[in-house]
Design a protein around this ligand. Structure first.
Ligand code: TXA
Ligand code: MG
Length: 306
């Protein structure tokens, strides 16, 4: 049975401990969550999302949990954890035996994160193992940033959605791989490349396109509308008036502040889809800071789907 939307930590934690799958708020995006030690429940996450089983999941830890039980941290990983946890940073480190292969898609590394949102921490504190959660959208689609988004996409399939309000960051966490001497930025997010460089003393290596992390394929984060990237508002107006786009329902998406862009982008793309907009002309923000995360998601939203 589904409890639908709830603000009850009691309900959400009971459902998880009974083997259920729930919508879980975080400061980045909502996740589709299950206990990491329940192989069948984790399997349901893949089924609900339509996600291939070899695409590994992030394991979320409460601030009191000991991360060293689940992964092997070298100096760089430890420094990054000390600097940015709790927060929108996921660390990819060699996994310990406590993390099942069904979490990591058979890999010997695990993605770990300690979320900053208080209601998430309270939930995680009630579960005595890490909680795995990919973003709570269907595979390849736009991530949810409100509880209602999760209800809209997956309401029939989940056992409940814990409502933690609107996500304060709005794009997925930064993923940094710390294995051997390597510090690689696999996905830009709320913790920026500059912040990472300041902590580890070297610029993280950028892993673009077909990175080693499956699920970072070219087309991703895509709405139904076609997304066309432009460099400026002026370019957006002139592209909108070309033969190719005249007569189509198009909208210009633009925010001056890159943090506002991150916060609102997914909700806006969902609204455009609901309105039946055919073409979204997305004005790219300046690179740097959280602008890098926005650019990364827009490039993937604009990539040809197939
Ligand atoms: O902000 C976030 O990170 C959100 C919230 C819910 O925490 N979660 C999220 O999960 O975005 P997901 O599954 O949509 O993206 C996680 C990415 C995937 O591209 C996955 O392939 C990669 O992390 N990943 C996870 N574990 C990995 C591993 N062991 N090796 C390589 N890539 C891994
Ligand atoms: Mg995702």
């Amino acid at each position: 049975m589904s409890y639908g939307l709830t603000t009850s930590l009691e309900t959400a934690s009971r459902v998880l401990n009974d083997g259920g799958v729930i919508g879980m708020p975080t400061e980045t995006v909502y996740g589709l969550a299950a206990r990491s030690d329940f192989e069948e429940s984790v399997g349901r996450i893949f089924d609900i999302k339509g996600r291939p089983r070899n695409h590994p999941l992030i394991a979320h830890l409460s601030p009191e949990a000991n991360p060293h039980l689940f992964g092997h941290f070298n100096d760089n990983a430890q420094r990054l954890a000390d600097a940015f946890w709790p927060g929108p940073l996921t660390l990819l480190v060699p996994k310990s035996e406590r993390i099942g292969m069904w979490v990591t898609g058979g890999r010997d590394t695990v993605a770990l994160r300690v979320p900053a949102l208080q209601i998430t921490q309270q939930l995680l504190s009630r579960i005595d193992v890490p909680v795995v959660a990919p973003s709570a959208n269907r595979f390849g689609k736009v991530s949810p940033t409100t509880a209602q988004h999760v209800m809209d996409d997956l309401g029939d399939a989940v056992d409940c959605v814990l409502d933690g309000g609107q996500c304060s960051i709005g794009v997925e966490s930064t993923i940094v791989e710390c294995v051997g001497a390597n510090v690689a930025l696999l996905r830009p997010g709320g913790v920026t490349a500059t912040q990472i460089a300041d902590v580890v003393g070297l610029a993280p290596q950028l892993t673009e396109g077909e990175s080693r992390a499956p699920g970072m394929m070219i087309s991703h984060y895509a709405p139904n509308a076609r997304v066309v990237l432009v460099q400026s508002l002026d370019e957006a107006y002139s592209v909108a008036s070309t033969n190719e786009f005249r007569g189509q329902r198009s909208e210009i998406m633009h925010y001056k502040d890159p943090a506002d862009y991150a916060l609102n982008m997914y909700d806006q793309l969902r609204l455009y889809d609901a309105q039946g907009i055919g073409v979204v002309l997305a004005v790219l923000p300046q690179p740097g800071g959280i602008g890098d995360a926005v650019i990364d998601r827009l490039l993937k939203a604009a990539a040809p789907k197939n």
